[in-house]
Design a protein around this ligand. Structure first.
Ligand SMILES: O=c1ccn([C@@H]2O[C@H](COP(=O)(O)O)[C@@H](O)[C@H]2O)c(=O)[nH]1
Length: 274
């Protein structure tokens, strides 16, 4: 038995300790950075570090999206950022949003990348290639694996809503996750805030399994409908993500203070309906 707390244990403690279900998304776009960071080689790290330190009092998790780092050859800054979160904000889990999906041997490398290289507590994965593409992540004891179920984008309906055996595919994914795939007890699901009816159905299928819910803020998802649909009996169970609406709440050199205000307001709005 490992004495290190698992992803679910860390997340559950964070929900209780912080009284927040807010997950702050870290999607850094250098073109949107304030002037003070222009031309700095470590601008991505510095921008995200300032956001993390300012919003941590209002958050129960952070979610860096790997594409925003890799696109700028800034993987080293992502490594440094996750190390910073663990060092300065212990107990706040980091979910690496990578949406990986590949055959088992390649999935082993993706799992190693997420958990060993980056030190993430959990990673998002695409279930489209089936259980053998998800299993290598489960081999990392205590690490979270968050499976795409009903994504927030309109095109998610193209496949996730296809009827199979009399019900839509996303419900089959939810059932597999809850009943067959959760070998390490560390599984979660992605369900978009833009589809509260589907959040409610997924919650009924999976019991208390944690849901990562992107889609409030810039994508316009309804916070009240989301929380009412996704809360567990304990009034938790959700990592409700907001990225752009917090990161770019301010455009000037006081961006971190503006992000903190946006995070506090979002946390309070979520809490109003728990
Ligand atoms: O279904 C999904 C899965 C992941 N995402 C990711 O969440 C954030 C949302 O950013 P906002 O700025 O709050 O819209 C982003 O990193 C997406 O890649 C999602 O939106 N929907």
């Amino acid at each position: 038995m490992s004495s290190t707390p698992s992803f679910i244990e860390t997340l559950t403690s964070a929900w209780q300790r912080t009284n927040s279900l807010l997950c702050v998304g870290l999607d850094p776009e250098p073109a949107k950075f304030p002037g003070a960071l222009a031309n700095r080689p470590d601008a991505i790290f510095e921008f995200c570090r300032a956001i993390v330190d300012a919003t941590a009092p209002y958050a129960s998790a952070f979610k860096p999206q790997i594409a925003y780092f890799a696109a700028h050859r800034a993987e080293d800054q992502l490594e440094a950022l996750i190390a910073h979160i663990h060092e300065r904000h212990p107990g706040l889990p980091v979910i690496l949003d990578a949406k990986r999906g590949d055959i088992g041997s390649t999935a082993e490398q993706y799992a190693r990348e997420a958990f060993v290289r980056y030190g993430a507590d959990a990673v998002t994965v695409n279930p489209y290639m089936g259980f053998d593409s998800v299993e290598p992540y489960l081999a990392h004891e205590g690490k979270g694996v968050i499976v795409l179920c009903r994504t927030s984008n309109p095109g998610g309906s193209d496949l996730q809503f296809l009827e199979t055996g009399g019900r839509p595919l996303y419900q089959v994914v939810a059932q597999l996750a809850a009943e067959k795939w959760n070998a390490n007890g560390q599984l979660g699901l992605v369900v978009g805030a833009t589809f509260p009816k589907e959040i409610e159905i997924v919650r009924q299928i999976v019991g208390d399994m944690p849901l990562l819910i992107p889609g409030i803020g810039a994508q316009g998802g309804d916070v009240e409908a989301t929380v009412r649909a996704g809360r567990t009996a304990a009034g938790a169970g959700m990592m409700i993500n907001s990225s752009r609406a917090i990161l770019y709440a301010g455009k000037g050199d006081d961006f971190a203070a503006a992000a903190a205000r946006a995070a506090e307001e979002t946390r309070d709005k979520i809490n109003a309906y728990r």
